[in-house]
Design a protein around this ligand. Structure first.
Ligand code: ADP
Length: 617
């Protein structure tokens, strides 16, 4: 089991490296170069100072001393300049990686099937990835930094071993007793270094475990905090309820609770980090003391030069600190892979639907027939059928109304027709072919839908209607005129270029009714053969709704319109009304036919709404 897990972790790591390389081709080379130079840099003064001291205590040649000093300065300066360059590349590339990495997740959300986006777990997973990147600096975004720290410490360890190695080898010129004591001193020091390395390994793994436990815990607070922050940011939407029901106290209390928990979380993390680095620093200092003693004795014995004291002490100290850093960064990288996997698992969210292959060429003069053949559907995690054994046909040019009580399945019917879900039983056919077999994008062009909870965006009004940056102004205004909002749009300071909502300073806020009219104009602009209106006129008064529906009949000519409306009076002009009840199609016919059946559901609904049709008749 363990090896399968490790294999998966390595796979994720290399996949992440490939992804980073594709998104920001300079980041990994800059990181590797930076790591090599950073590990090399501390040894320049250590190595060169040793040579300079030896020269001072030896031949004292001015020319050689000058050469050594100048080489030290020039070499340090060159390394410093290259490091500055790579740092800059890394900074820009890391920002790019941050945005592109998030963009990949947003792209998935926009493209994955709708069914996925309706699952709360889907969004929670994204939130967890984002929290981990913000609070714990974990995930794919952390890989370059961890790679650099691991490489730097690894190279430093290697260089320090090369530089310190001669001090552990007793000189052949020593007499037998001092040769033997020299060997013992080396063994003792090596054992001490190994012990401190083992301690570093052990304490790091304990620290990491505790740290990640605290981090997971802390992410929960952050999720709640983000939720309350969103509430306050969207004061327009929530402000009314918050004021009427005095909910501000509840929200403020939650903020305070969050604050307390967050402070505790931060102090727990701080305490852990403090204890870990404090003990590590103490162990490193003790080892340093022994290193000075060991190298000092050798210098007193005369078995190494004074200059070499600087080299060996520096190199062994570099070894002990870098070894501990190497262990920390390897262990951090290992734990970080868990968050990289979360990221890839999210990006790999399986597509639950087939994309389809058959193209649809949309032609104004073609005839289209939609058929529901014994269609039944249940939502995921629900036992009850939302639609049960529906069979019906809808032809080009027809005006269809779908009516029924709340929860009778009207919206589900539309969602299936729009391929947002696939039925578990039966088939939906377009011209005799299962709609799942058509290319998804072509099928989307075949339909225009205004949902109950339609969304307009904070883009210019004209772009909202046309769903395009470049749009036909004349056509856009014509449709806005048809739905009865053209005059208002013309009176806006920037006309069609006026952004909606106050996100932009020049933006305008619009009423619910105006938004619905714009959404209907958007559906008309799309010019699809089938137009579906799922109670989009709820914010309009009955007369305005009736006006729009009557006008629509004229505008859409030979297109098919499917209406869902609670106001039966608005459906009277339809040539077929489908009555749904508890997911079943219980009646169908024209208004005049259905209203005759005094025991039928339609008559019951019609009677209940008598006041509306008196108004409109
Ligand atoms: P209507 O549009 O007629 O009000 P719906 O089609 O929205 O009815 O709902 C039909 C049934 O399916 C209802 O019982 C509703 O609770 C259920 N339902 C609707 N959407 C979901 C969903 N996303 N998950 C689970 N059940 C749902």
């Amino acid at each position: 089991m363990k090896s399968v897990g490790s294999k998966r972790q390595f796979k994720s790591f290399f996949r992440a490296l490939r992804m980073i390389q594709n998104m920001t081709p300079l980041l990994i080379p800059a990181t590797v170069l930076n790591a090599l130079l950073q590990s090399f840099m501390p040894f320049i003064p250590i190595f060169m100072t040793a040579r300079i001291i030896d020269e001072l205590f030896g031949a004292r040649s001015v020319a050689r001393l000058s050469l050594l000093v100048v080489s030290t300065i020039v070499l340090s300066f060159i390394v410093f300049l290259i490091l500055k360059g790579t740092e800059r590349i890394k900074k820009i590339s890391n920002q790019r990686l941050f945005y592109l990495g998030k963009y990949e997740m947003d792209r998935l959300i926009l493209r994955t099937n709708y069914e996925n986006t309706e699952k709360p777990r889907f969004h929670l997973r994204k939130q967890k990835i984002e929290d981990a990147s913000i609070i714990g600096k974990r995930g794919i975004w952390r890989i370059p930094d961890l790679l650099e720290r691991t490489l730097t410490s690894f190279c430093t360890v290697v260089i320090s071993i090369i530089l310190a190695y001669p001090t552990f080898i007793p000189s052949k010129s020593q007499n037998a007793t001092s040769f033997e004591s020299s060997i013992w001193q080396s063994i003792v020091l090596i054992i001490l270094i190994i012990l401190s390395s083992c301690y570093s390994l052990f304490s790091n793994s304990r620290f990491s475990k505790k740290f990640f436990k605290e981090l997971d815990h802390g992410m929960k607070f952050n999720r709640l905090f983000s939720y309350y922050e969103d509430l306050l940011r969207d004061d327009n939407r929530f402000g009314k309820d918050v004021r009427i029901y005095h909910q501000s106290e509840l929200i403020l209390k939650s903020f305070n609770d969050f604050n307390k928990l967050n402070t505790r979380f931060q102090s727990n993390i701080g305490r852990l980090q403090g204890r870990f680095s404090g003990i590590n620093a103490a162990v490193t200092s003790i080892i340093s003391g022994f290193v000075y003693l060991f190298v000092g004795i050798k210098a007193l014995n005369g078995s190494i030069s004074i200059g070499s004291v600087v080299q060996y002490v520096g190199a062994i100290n570099q070894f002990t600190t870098s070894f501990s850093k190497m262990i920390t960064s390897i262990s951090d990288s290992w734990h970080n892979i868990k968050y990289v996997q979360l990221y890839f698992d999210f990006l790999d969210t399986p597509s639950l639907k087939s994309e389809g292959q058959i193209p649809i060429s949309i032609d104004r003069n073609s005839k289209y027939e939609i058929e529901f053949r014994n269609v039944s559907f249940k939502y995921l995690e629900s036992d009850a059928y939302a639609l049960r054994n529906i069979s019906l046909k809808i032809n080009s040019g027809e005006r269809i109304a779908v009516v029924g009580m709340n929860g009778s399945g009207k919206t589900t019917f539309i969602k299936l027709l729009c391929r947002l879900y696939d039925p578990q039983e039966g088939q939906i056919l377009l011209n005799g072919v299962n709609i799942q077999q058509y290319k998804f994008q072509d099928y989307m062009n075949f339909l225009s839908v205004v949902f109950q909870d339609f969304q307009l965006f904070a883009f210019p009004l004209g772009q909202n209607v046309s769903s395009d940056i470049n749009y036909d102004e004349q056509r856009t205004l014509e449709y806005l005129d048809e739905v009865g909002i053209g005059e208002k749009v013309r009176s806006l300071p920037n006309g069609l270029e006026t952004p909606l909502y106050k996100v932009d300073e020049d933006g305008v806020d619009i009423s619910g009714g105006e938004a619905q009219k714009i959404a209907i104009a958007r559906a008309l602009y799309k010019d699809s053969p089938f137009i579906i209106l799922d109670e989009p006129t709820a914010a309009l008064d009955p007369r305005a709704e009736f006006d729009i529906y009557s006008k629509l009949q004229r505008i859409v000519k030979n297109k098919t319109i499917i209406f869902i409306s609670h106001r039966l009076s608005s459906c009277r002009f339809c040539n077929e009304i489908l009555v749904l009840d508890k997911g079943k199609l219980i009646q169908k016919g024209t208004h005049d036919e259905l209203v005759q059946d005094k025991s039928g559901k339609y008559f019951e609904l019609w009677n209940a709404q008598a006041q509306y049709y008196q108004l409109n008749s």
